[in-house]
Write a protein that binds this ligand. Sequence first.
Ligand code: PLZ
Length: 448
Amino acid sequence: MTFGPHIPQERRLVTAIPGPKSQEMLGRRSEATSASLGMAIPVFVSHAGGGVIVDIDGNSIIDMAAGIATVNVGNSADRVVANVKAAIEAFTHTCFTVAPYSGYVEVCEALNRITPGNFKKKSMLVNSGAEAVENAVKIARAATKRPAVVVFEHAYHGRTNLTMGMTAKNIPYKEGFGPFAPEIYRMPMAYPFRWVGDKDNVSAEALDMVTHKIEKEIGAHNVAAIVIEPIQGEGGFVVPPKGFLPGLAAYAKANGILFIADEVQTGFARTGNMFAVEDEGVEPDIMIMAKGIGGGLPIAGVTGRAEIMDVPVGSGIGGTFGGNPIACAAALGAIATIEEDGLVEKARHMGAIISAALESMKAKYAIVGDVRGRGAMQALEFILPGTMEPNTKAMQDIVKYCQQKGVLLLTAGTYSNVIRLLPPLVMPDHLLNEALAILDEAIAASNA
Ligand code: PLZ
C-alpha cells in the first residue's frame, strides 16, 4: 500500500510538544483567530499521510483522529491527489445548478450504488455535514408534509441553527446561541452502559419509551422523520443494542415517517461496513453523509429514495458551492480508494486489534467503565472507580500524556469522559499497536 506524500510511517519526537515553531504560531493564532475556536493538539501541521501528522518542528505524531473521521483514506491519498490535480487544472467552479459537470453526477451515481437499499435512489451534494442534515430535513418535510423531527439524547448533528437544535449537548455547542428551531423532539437513547432500566432489555425498553412518547407527545402522523446516528459520534460512541435501529425503522415505516441515518461520522468504511446501518441490515429512506466522502475536501451528500428526493419544488434545493468540481473529483478518488484497497476489511482488521487492546485495558484499570464501538470507531468511557460518575480528569490527563508522547487522541461524550479512536484506515499495524501501547501506559499512570 502506498501513502500519499510518502512520509515515513513512524512516531518520532524531536522537540517537546509543542515545539518552538508551533509555540510561535500559537501566539499568532491567539492574536488572529477567534478565541472561541477549539484545538485538540497544540501543534501546527506541516504535512500528513498514512497514519502520521508531521508538525512544523519536525515531530511525527501518530494520528488517531483522521481529522474527525474524515481522512479515512489517509491524508493526500494518491487517487485523491491525482483526481484533484486534474480537476483543478480543467476548471474550478461553474456551480452545478448553473452549468453542470459530470463529476457531480458520477459522485451521486456512486452514492446511489454504495448506500444500502435495493431501490431506486437519487442524491444531492452540499458542503458540510450540517448542511446535509438541513437538506435531509427539508426534503423529508416536503415529502411527508409533516413538521416534526425526532432526534435522540446524546445526538450530534451540527452547528447551524436547525442542527444545533437537533444536537443534544448544551456546552459547547448551544450555549448562548438560541433560540432554536421548533418542532424538534428529543427521545431517550438506548445507551446500554447508562441505562437505568433492565440492562438485558435495553433495546425493547427504549423502543417502548420512544414510540410511547411519539404517540402521546407529538402524534405519529405529525412526524416527518426520525433522525439518528447509527453509532453516536460526538455523544461518546454510544452503540445502541441490536434491535433498536431496526425497531425504529420498522416503526417509522408503519407510520409513514421517514427513517434518516446520519452517517456523517460512521460512514465510508469507518465501522467495518461501508455504512454502519448495514450491520443490522437497516435500509434508511434517506442517508446523510459527509467527512469520509471526500478524502479531506469539503463535500457532503444526501441520498434517498428517488420518489422522496424528487419532491421538493424545482430549484428548491441547491447552493453555490455544493458538489464543487474539485471536491467531486476528490470524492471519486476517495470512494475508489475505499473499494479498490479493501478499506472495509481493513477497518475490521484494525477493529480486532483495537477491541483486544481496549478490553485488556478495561480488565486492568478500574477507571475504564466501558469499551464500545465497531471497527476503527471505538471508545473508552472513564469513571470514578466503583461508581458511574464521569471521570473527566482521567480523560484529560490521558489525552495530555499521549500528546506528550506523540499520539493524537480525540475526546467525546455528553459527560466529557470518553476517549475515542478514529485512526485513518490506511494506518499500518505497527503504528496502531504503538498508539494503543502508549494509551495503555497513560491509563496506568492515571489509574494509579
Ligand atoms: N452529524 C454525526 O459527527 C460532525 C463536529 C466537530 P459538519 N462531527 C464533528 C465540531 O466540533 O464541530 C457531524 C457529525 C454528525 C453531523 C455533523 C456535522 O458535520 O461537517 O461538521 O457540519
